[in-house]
Design a protein around this ligand. Sequence first.
Ligand code: SF4
Length: 349
Amino acid sequence: MVVIIQLLYNIHTECQEAKLEIMLYWYNTRKGLHDPAIRLRRSGRSIIYSMKKIKALVLFSGGLDSLLAMKLLQEQDISVTALIFKSYFFSSKKAEKNAKQLNVPVIVSDISKKHLEVVKNPASGHGKAANPCIDCHLLMLRQAKKIAEKRGFDLIATGEVLGERPFSQNKNALEKIKKNSGLSEILLRPLSAKLLEPTILEEKGLINRERLEAISGRSRKRQLELAKKYKLKFPTPGGGCILTEKEFGKKLFDLFEKQPDFEENDLKLLFFGRHFWNNNTKIVIGRNKEENEKLKKLFQKGDILIEPEFPGPTALISGKSSKENIAKAKTLILKYSKPPSKKLFKIKA
Ligand code: SF4
């Protein structure tokens, strides 16, 4: 949408400044350096020089930082769309719900398969658990780039904060991500923008750098002030990506190592129960009624499901079934229940 008609330029006048702008525009367009915010068109003997509303695609996790990144851009009258990812390890649902408060359109992108590859073999390594944050960000940004090119976004923004996460948000990591994503010119981190190299849109004055933030470090003080100022609702920090949880990471690495030909169902199983290995066979024990029901739902051909006929947990055996594995699963069921003297089990294979 055209929002500012800045100049009516009569070709036959001596308005050198406008002439230069127009020449620059044509030159840039020919060189593929198209300025996304500037539009020129002829109208009779005049050329209309106009600016369209800048369109930003913002990577949105549902958390406060990315919510603020969107809000800061909206404050500059930039048209914002939330890009939400989903994978085997995180869903898009909470973020979709949380994006509603800013009234922005949402794009959901399923990166499950590519993300799993990155989790298995991250070029920049894992963080404290199974989180491959640098490569995960890179994957998301490359995906965002494809979407931006296809749908005509001028700018990609994230809620990254300099120094907030020692592994993935230190200055080197942010630079590396920016360079390797191929988005050097148009990747904006509104929360730390004033501490980072300006993007091309800031340099051209199309985004007011002064109205962006200079947040760094792990203190959330400034973010909380801004949340209050803009009356934003946000989830408490910490309930984020499960890959950052050490216990989950251990279960995942065990799966990669012991069942390298695992399937999607095996990944879903990681979210429930106590996990035990008997050689390369996994036994999962439900921790409560809800998990027992989940295990029943996740049962598939080749598995063995064992349910006690007394109050106690359900066990699912995934992998090679053998008398030894069944005996082991029964022992585990007994360990986590108070069995009666007669111990009967239902076995489904
Ligand atoms: S915390 Fe999870 S979703 Fe976020 S970058 Fe790291 S691996 Fe990716």
